[in-house]
Design a protein around this ligand. Structure first.
Ligand code: SAM
Length: 289
């Protein structure tokens, strides 16, 4: 156990009236439904669900008997005041989505914001999230990343977003429906090139989980031969630094000399050029010796 980690006892798991609980549910594997989430859901009086029938089936398996109310993208405006009233009355309230973490490409954000606006506490009972699960198993850089979720389908908005994504230096995470996966991979291959690293995560946490990559070209070839089925999360490697590999050693030395002639040290010049081109500082420094 890491030093300094504080663990709390189960006694603190009684839901507090007036608190909105955001609860993560499995993205495929029921074993990922945490004891804390199950305990909390079995004790609250109301559970707001993206789809009451879908969540009802899950809750039946775990003998969770709260009263369910629907909360989805078509009714959230009218539902929010009612749920806030319930919190005010002292009901205990949890929000779940069909799978994973509410608010991540799922309803929730507006309810959380409205709850905070009226001074209610919001507590997340964390659980699986397809984006994070795909990211950490992709082998692509995780230190800095961005999440785009589902891309819009309208061509103008979609194309401009795809162009921005293709130039993004950080790892990008996307969600995509199976029948649109090939289209997305084709678009990415045109804009990012076939060699750009990618991992297409399929059916995470489930029996037929797999990751397809390591380049856009290879993923495209695979899915042309194997019809995309199931759920997909795409982890796209960031764009390489623009000028990397486009400069010869002679050009780099010339740029270093230009900087040095302005009066800066070799060390400083190497650092500057490294951040501009993506070459390592040590490599540039060594070139000058
Ligand atoms: N809130 C959810 C979360 O925390 O992951 C995401 C909800 S979003 C409406 C659903 C999309 O997430 C799917 O269309 C798919 O792109 C991705 N997804 C969900 N479950 C997945 C799984 N088991 N494997 C791969 N991708 C998954």
């Amino acid at each position: 156990m890491r030093q300094g980690t504080d663990y709390i006892s189960e006694k603190q798991l009684e839901p507090t009236p007036g608190v909105l609980y955001i609860v993560g549910t499995p993205i495929g594997n029921l074993e990922d439904f945490s004891p804390r989430a199950r305990n909390l859901l079995s004790k609250v009086s109301i559970i707001a669900c993206e789809d009451t029938r879908h969540s009802g089936q899950l809750f039946k398996k775990f003998k969770i008997k709260a009263s369910l109310v629907s909360f989805h993208k078509y009714n959230f405006h009218s539902r929010i005041p009612k749920l806030l009233d319930a919190l005010k009355r002292g009901d205990t309230l949890a929000l779940v989505s069909d799978a994973g973490l509410p608010s991540v490409s799922d309803p929730g954000e507006e309810l959380v914001a409205a709850s905070r606006d009226v001074g209610n506490k919001v507590i997340c009972i964390p659980g699986p999230c397809a984006a994070m699960t795909a990211l950490v198993s992709s082998g692509l850089p995780t230190q800095r990343f961005c999440f785009e979720g589902f891309l819009p389908s309208k061509p103008t908005h979609r194309n401009s977003l795809l162009k921005t994504i293709s130039k993004e230096k950080r790892t990008t995470i996307l969600y995509e429906a199976p029948h649109r996966l090939l289209r997305l991979l084709r678009e990415l291959s045109v804009l990012c090139g076939e060699e750009r690293p990618i991992q297409v995560a399929r059916e995470l946490t489930k029996k037929h989980e797999e990751q397809i990559g390591p380049t856009i070209g290879q993923a495209l070839k695979y899915f042309k031969e194997n019809k995309p089925r199931g759920e997909f999360t795409i982890v796209l490697g960031g764009a390489p630094p623009e000028e990397l590999l486009q400069k010869s050693d002679e050009e780099l030395i010339e740029e270093m000399q230009k900087l040095i002639s302005n009066g800066v040290s070799i060390n400083f010049a190497a650092k500057e050029l490294a951040s501009k081109t993506g070459y390592s500082k040590n490599y540039l420094y060594a070139l000058m010796h």
